[in-house]
Ligand binder design. Structure first.
Ligand SMILES: *Cc1c(COP(=O)(O)O)cnc(C)c1O
Length: 310
Protein backbone atom coordinates (compact mmCIF):
# COMPACT_ATOMS: atom_id res chain seq x y z
CA UNK A 1 0.00 0.00 0.00
CA UNK A 2 1.50 3.25 -0.96
CA UNK A 3 0.27 6.74 -0.68
CA UNK A 4 1.83 10.08 -0.09
CA UNK A 5 4.02 8.83 2.72
CA UNK A 6 7.46 10.30 3.11
CA UNK A 7 10.22 8.27 4.66
CA UNK A 8 10.67 9.33 8.24
CA UNK A 9 13.61 11.70 8.68
CA UNK A 10 16.38 10.96 11.15
CA UNK A 11 17.05 13.98 13.31
CA UNK A 12 20.22 14.25 15.32
CA UNK A 13 20.00 15.82 18.77
CA UNK A 14 23.07 17.69 19.96
CA UNK A 15 21.96 18.97 23.33
CA UNK A 16 24.22 19.57 26.32
CA UNK A 17 23.04 16.38 28.01
CA UNK A 18 23.73 14.27 24.94
CA UNK A 19 27.11 15.87 24.42
CA UNK A 20 28.05 15.40 28.04
CA UNK A 21 27.08 11.72 28.02
CA UNK A 22 29.32 11.20 24.99
CA UNK A 23 26.66 9.37 22.97
CA UNK A 24 25.20 9.85 19.52
CA UNK A 25 21.47 10.34 19.60
CA UNK A 26 19.05 10.33 16.70
CA UNK A 27 15.28 10.56 16.54
CA UNK A 28 13.38 8.60 13.93
CA UNK A 29 10.51 10.93 13.12
CA UNK A 30 7.61 8.62 12.32
CA UNK A 31 5.38 11.57 13.18
CA UNK A 32 6.35 13.20 9.88
CA UNK A 33 5.42 10.36 7.52
CA UNK A 34 1.98 11.64 6.71
CA UNK A 35 -0.14 14.50 7.95
CA UNK A 36 -2.80 12.24 9.47
CA UNK A 37 -1.70 8.63 9.19
CA UNK A 38 1.62 8.47 10.96
CA UNK A 39 3.57 7.19 13.89
CA UNK A 40 3.48 3.63 15.07
CA UNK A 41 -0.29 3.62 14.50
CA UNK A 42 0.26 3.50 10.75
CA UNK A 43 2.57 0.50 11.08
CA UNK A 44 0.04 -1.27 13.30
CA UNK A 45 -2.74 -0.61 10.79
CA UNK A 46 -0.92 -1.53 7.62
CA UNK A 47 -1.34 -5.33 7.62
CA UNK A 48 -4.77 -5.08 9.17
CA UNK A 49 -5.90 -2.98 6.20
CA UNK A 50 -4.23 -5.35 3.76
CA UNK A 51 -5.98 -8.34 5.31
CA UNK A 52 -9.33 -6.53 5.23
CA UNK A 53 -8.83 -5.70 1.52
CA UNK A 54 -7.77 -9.25 0.68
CA UNK A 55 -10.86 -10.61 2.38
CA UNK A 56 -13.08 -8.11 0.56
CA UNK A 57 -14.27 -6.24 3.58
CA UNK A 58 -15.52 -2.73 2.84
CA UNK A 59 -15.92 -1.69 6.46
CA UNK A 60 -13.57 -1.51 9.42
CA UNK A 61 -14.62 -1.39 13.03
CA UNK A 62 -12.25 -0.55 15.85
CA UNK A 63 -12.11 0.63 19.44
CA UNK A 64 -10.56 3.46 21.40
CA UNK A 65 -10.81 6.16 24.04
CA UNK A 66 -12.07 9.62 23.18
CA UNK A 67 -8.55 10.97 22.53
CA UNK A 68 -7.19 7.87 20.83
CA UNK A 69 -4.38 8.18 18.29
CA UNK A 70 -5.55 4.87 16.87
CA UNK A 71 -9.12 6.11 16.26
CA UNK A 72 -7.69 9.18 14.56
CA UNK A 73 -5.36 7.17 12.32
CA UNK A 74 -7.97 4.54 11.48
CA UNK A 75 -10.51 7.17 10.47
CA UNK A 76 -8.00 8.84 8.14
CA UNK A 77 -6.47 5.63 6.75
CA UNK A 78 -9.90 4.10 6.19
CA UNK A 79 -10.92 7.16 4.24
CA UNK A 80 -7.72 7.18 2.16
CA UNK A 81 -7.95 3.47 1.33
CA UNK A 82 -11.66 3.41 0.59
CA UNK A 83 -13.09 1.73 3.70
CA UNK A 84 -16.10 2.85 5.68
CA UNK A 85 -15.11 3.07 9.33
CA UNK A 86 -16.91 2.61 12.63
CA UNK A 87 -15.27 3.79 15.84
CA UNK A 88 -16.45 2.23 19.07
CA UNK A 89 -15.62 4.79 21.75
CA UNK A 90 -15.21 4.06 25.45
CA UNK A 91 -17.65 5.99 27.68
CA UNK A 92 -20.47 8.42 27.01
CA UNK A 93 -20.82 10.83 24.18
CA UNK A 94 -19.66 14.33 25.08
CA UNK A 95 -20.67 17.28 22.96
CA UNK A 96 -19.22 19.23 21.41
CA UNK A 97 -16.90 16.50 20.15
CA UNK A 98 -13.26 16.89 21.14
CA UNK A 99 -10.71 17.57 18.35
CA UNK A 100 -9.82 13.88 17.93
CA UNK A 101 -13.39 12.71 17.48
CA UNK A 102 -14.50 15.64 15.35
CA UNK A 103 -11.60 14.85 13.01
CA UNK A 104 -12.70 11.20 12.91
CA UNK A 105 -16.24 12.24 11.97
CA UNK A 106 -14.90 14.59 9.27
CA UNK A 107 -13.08 11.58 7.83
CA UNK A 108 -16.40 9.76 7.63
CA UNK A 109 -16.10 7.61 10.73
CA UNK A 110 -19.35 6.60 12.37
CA UNK A 111 -19.02 6.82 16.16
CA UNK A 112 -20.79 4.61 18.65
CA UNK A 113 -20.33 4.70 22.40
CA UNK A 114 -20.12 1.83 24.85
CA UNK A 115 -20.25 2.31 28.59
CA UNK A 116 -17.11 1.28 30.38
CA UNK A 117 -18.48 -2.04 31.48
CA UNK A 118 -19.46 -3.10 27.98
CA UNK A 119 -16.28 -1.64 26.57
CA UNK A 120 -14.27 -3.93 28.80
CA UNK A 121 -15.83 -6.87 26.92
CA UNK A 122 -14.54 -5.58 23.59
CA UNK A 123 -12.35 -8.59 22.85
CA UNK A 124 -14.96 -11.20 23.75
CA UNK A 125 -16.77 -13.24 21.14
CA UNK A 126 -20.11 -12.17 22.63
CA UNK A 127 -19.52 -8.46 22.18
CA UNK A 128 -18.00 -8.91 18.74
CA UNK A 129 -21.04 -10.92 17.65
CA UNK A 130 -23.29 -8.20 18.95
CA UNK A 131 -21.34 -5.64 16.90
CA UNK A 132 -21.41 -7.83 13.78
CA UNK A 133 -25.15 -8.11 14.15
CA UNK A 134 -25.61 -4.43 14.67
CA UNK A 135 -23.30 -3.28 11.86
CA UNK A 136 -23.23 -6.17 9.41
CA UNK A 137 -20.03 -7.51 7.89
CA UNK A 138 -17.18 -5.55 9.44
CA UNK A 139 -13.46 -6.25 9.77
CA UNK A 140 -12.68 -5.82 13.45
CA UNK A 141 -9.32 -4.34 14.44
CA UNK A 142 -8.52 -4.45 18.16
CA UNK A 143 -7.91 -1.31 20.17
CA UNK A 144 -4.61 0.30 19.23
CA UNK A 145 -4.19 -2.05 16.25
CA UNK A 146 -2.58 -4.36 18.75
CA UNK A 147 -2.64 -7.80 17.19
CA UNK A 148 -0.13 -9.91 15.25
CA UNK A 149 -0.77 -7.85 12.11
CA UNK A 150 0.19 -4.89 14.25
CA UNK A 151 3.41 -6.55 15.40
CA UNK A 152 4.19 -7.42 11.80
CA UNK A 153 3.88 -3.80 10.71
CA UNK A 154 6.15 -2.74 13.57
CA UNK A 155 8.90 -5.08 12.36
CA UNK A 156 9.22 -2.57 9.49
CA UNK A 157 9.74 0.51 11.65
CA UNK A 158 13.49 0.30 12.04
CA UNK A 159 15.10 -1.42 9.08
CA UNK A 160 12.73 -0.46 6.32
CA UNK A 161 12.62 3.24 7.00
CA UNK A 162 16.33 4.06 7.17
CA UNK A 163 17.99 6.33 4.63
CA UNK A 164 20.43 3.60 3.62
CA UNK A 165 20.12 -0.15 3.90
CA UNK A 166 21.76 -1.57 6.98
CA UNK A 167 21.99 1.81 8.69
CA UNK A 168 19.57 0.68 11.39
CA UNK A 169 22.14 -1.79 12.65
CA UNK A 170 24.53 0.98 13.55
CA UNK A 171 22.44 1.73 16.65
CA UNK A 172 23.10 0.07 20.00
CA UNK A 173 19.85 1.04 21.74
CA UNK A 174 16.43 1.61 20.25
CA UNK A 175 14.19 3.52 22.67
CA UNK A 176 10.41 3.62 22.36
CA UNK A 177 7.37 4.56 24.42
CA UNK A 178 5.23 1.61 25.38
CA UNK A 179 1.49 1.17 25.90
CA UNK A 180 0.44 -2.34 24.88
CA UNK A 181 4.02 -3.37 23.89
CA UNK A 182 3.00 -4.26 20.34
CA UNK A 183 5.45 -1.75 18.94
CA UNK A 184 8.45 -2.81 20.98
CA UNK A 185 7.71 -6.46 20.19
CA UNK A 186 7.84 -5.68 16.46
CA UNK A 187 11.03 -3.70 16.92
CA UNK A 188 12.70 -6.50 18.92
CA UNK A 189 11.87 -8.88 16.07
CA UNK A 190 13.67 -6.69 13.57
CA UNK A 191 16.97 -6.00 15.33
CA UNK A 192 20.27 -7.75 15.10
CA UNK A 193 21.84 -9.58 18.01
CA UNK A 194 23.77 -7.10 20.09
CA UNK A 195 21.20 -4.38 19.63
CA UNK A 196 18.78 -3.71 22.44
CA UNK A 197 15.23 -2.37 22.46
CA UNK A 198 14.36 -0.28 25.51
CA UNK A 199 10.66 0.29 26.18
CA UNK A 200 9.32 3.03 28.45
CA UNK A 201 5.83 2.15 29.72
CA UNK A 202 3.62 5.24 29.99
CA UNK A 203 1.30 3.64 32.52
CA UNK A 204 1.82 2.91 36.18
CA UNK A 205 3.16 -0.49 37.27
CA UNK A 206 4.32 -1.24 33.76
CA UNK A 207 6.42 -4.24 34.80
CA UNK A 208 3.56 -6.59 33.81
CA UNK A 209 4.34 -5.66 30.21
CA UNK A 210 7.35 -7.97 30.31
CA UNK A 211 4.95 -10.93 30.09
CA UNK A 212 3.03 -9.18 27.39
CA UNK A 213 6.19 -8.75 25.31
CA UNK A 214 7.14 -12.40 25.86
CA UNK A 215 3.76 -13.65 24.75
CA UNK A 216 3.62 -11.34 21.72
CA UNK A 217 7.04 -12.61 20.64
CA UNK A 218 6.12 -16.23 21.22
CA UNK A 219 2.80 -15.94 19.41
CA UNK A 220 4.37 -14.05 16.58
CA UNK A 221 7.10 -16.61 16.02
CA UNK A 222 4.54 -19.42 16.24
CA UNK A 223 2.27 -17.70 13.70
CA UNK A 224 4.64 -18.18 10.79
CA UNK A 225 4.45 -14.49 9.92
CA UNK A 226 7.70 -13.16 8.49
CA UNK A 227 10.41 -12.27 10.97
CA UNK A 228 13.97 -11.92 9.88
CA UNK A 229 15.59 -12.59 13.22
CA UNK A 230 15.09 -14.20 16.56
CA UNK A 231 14.10 -11.47 19.00
CA UNK A 232 16.91 -9.21 20.12
CA UNK A 233 17.28 -8.36 23.76
CA UNK A 234 14.82 -5.91 25.20
CA UNK A 235 14.33 -4.17 28.47
CA UNK A 236 11.56 -2.27 30.26
CA UNK A 237 12.27 0.97 32.09
CA UNK A 238 9.22 1.57 34.27
CA UNK A 239 10.12 4.74 36.19
CA UNK A 240 8.88 7.43 33.83
CA UNK A 241 5.10 7.06 33.83
CA UNK A 242 4.47 10.40 35.63
CA UNK A 243 1.65 8.96 37.70
CA UNK A 244 -0.08 6.95 35.00
CA UNK A 245 -1.59 6.91 31.56
CA UNK A 246 -2.21 10.43 30.20
CA UNK A 247 -1.08 11.93 33.51
CA UNK A 248 1.28 14.88 33.18
CA UNK A 249 2.86 17.49 35.40
CA UNK A 250 4.34 20.92 34.77
CA UNK A 251 7.84 19.53 34.57
CA UNK A 252 6.87 17.19 31.74
CA UNK A 253 4.97 19.91 29.89
CA UNK A 254 7.93 22.25 30.19
CA UNK A 255 10.36 19.51 29.17
CA UNK A 256 8.31 18.79 26.04
CA UNK A 257 9.11 22.24 24.70
CA UNK A 258 12.86 22.06 25.09
CA UNK A 259 14.27 19.63 22.58
CA UNK A 260 13.63 20.99 19.13
CA UNK A 261 11.37 18.01 18.53
CA UNK A 262 7.61 18.32 19.02
CA UNK A 263 6.58 15.66 21.55
CA UNK A 264 3.19 14.35 22.59
CA UNK A 265 2.46 14.41 26.31
CA UNK A 266 1.04 10.89 26.59
CA UNK A 267 3.86 8.87 25.02
CA UNK A 268 6.92 10.39 23.41
CA UNK A 269 7.53 13.11 26.03
CA UNK A 270 7.76 10.47 28.77
CA UNK A 271 10.17 8.34 26.77
CA UNK A 272 12.31 11.37 25.91
CA UNK A 273 12.34 12.46 29.51
CA UNK A 274 13.37 8.98 30.57
CA UNK A 275 16.22 8.83 28.08
CA UNK A 276 17.54 12.26 29.06
CA UNK A 277 17.39 11.30 32.73
CA UNK A 278 19.18 8.00 32.11
CA UNK A 279 21.86 9.82 30.13
CA UNK A 280 22.49 12.06 33.12
CA UNK A 281 22.72 9.05 35.39
CA UNK A 282 25.35 7.38 33.22
CA UNK A 283 23.06 4.51 32.21
CA UNK A 284 24.56 4.46 28.71
CA UNK A 285 28.22 4.13 27.82
CA UNK A 286 30.30 6.73 26.05
CA UNK A 287 30.27 6.09 22.34
CA UNK A 288 26.85 4.38 22.39
CA UNK A 289 24.52 5.15 19.53
CA UNK A 290 20.90 5.69 20.49
CA UNK A 291 17.86 5.77 18.27
CA UNK A 292 14.70 7.24 19.78
CA UNK A 293 11.57 6.30 17.90
CA UNK A 294 9.12 9.19 17.64
CA UNK A 295 5.88 7.23 17.49
CA UNK A 296 3.67 10.22 16.65
CA UNK A 297 0.61 11.06 18.74
CA UNK A 298 0.86 14.83 18.32
CA UNK A 299 -2.83 15.09 17.40
CA UNK A 300 -3.62 14.34 21.05
CA UNK A 301 -1.87 17.44 22.37
CA UNK A 302 -4.70 19.70 21.22
CA UNK A 303 -7.25 17.86 23.34
CA UNK A 304 -4.84 17.57 26.26
CA UNK A 305 -4.15 21.31 26.23
CA UNK A 306 -7.88 22.03 26.21
CA UNK A 307 -8.40 19.74 29.19
CA UNK A 308 -5.50 21.27 31.11
CA UNK A 309 -6.92 24.75 30.60
CA UNK A 310 -10.44 23.90 31.73
C1 LIG B 1 -0.12 3.90 20.77
C2 LIG B 1 1.12 4.66 20.95
C3 LIG B 1 2.25 4.12 21.58
C4 LIG B 1 2.24 2.76 22.23
O1 LIG B 1 2.39 1.72 21.33
P1 LIG B 1 2.20 0.21 21.82
O2 LIG B 1 2.36 -0.57 20.59
O3 LIG B 1 0.77 0.12 22.33
O4 LIG B 1 3.15 -0.08 22.88
C5 LIG B 1 3.42 4.88 21.63
N1 LIG B 1 3.45 6.13 21.13
C6 LIG B 1 2.37 6.69 20.56
C7 LIG B 1 2.49 8.09 20.07
C8 LIG B 1 1.18 5.98 20.43
O5 LIG B 1 0.12 6.57 19.85
Amino acid sequence: MSLTFISPPLQQINSEIVHHAGVDLYVLRLDLMHRWVNGNKWFKLKYNLLEAKQKNFTRLLTFGGAYSNHIYATAAAGNLFGFRTIGVIRGEERLPLNPTLSFAVQQGMQLVYLNREMYRQRNTAALQEYLQQRFGKVFIIPEGGSNLNGVRGCTEIIGDTMPTAGYAYAFDHICVACGTATTVAGIALSLHQGQRAIAFPVLKNGAFLAQEIESLLTNYLASGLPAAYSPASWELVCDYHFGGYAKVNDELLQFSEEHGVPLDYVYTAKMFYGVMDLLQQGFFSKGDRLLLVHTGGLQGNVGMEERLQS
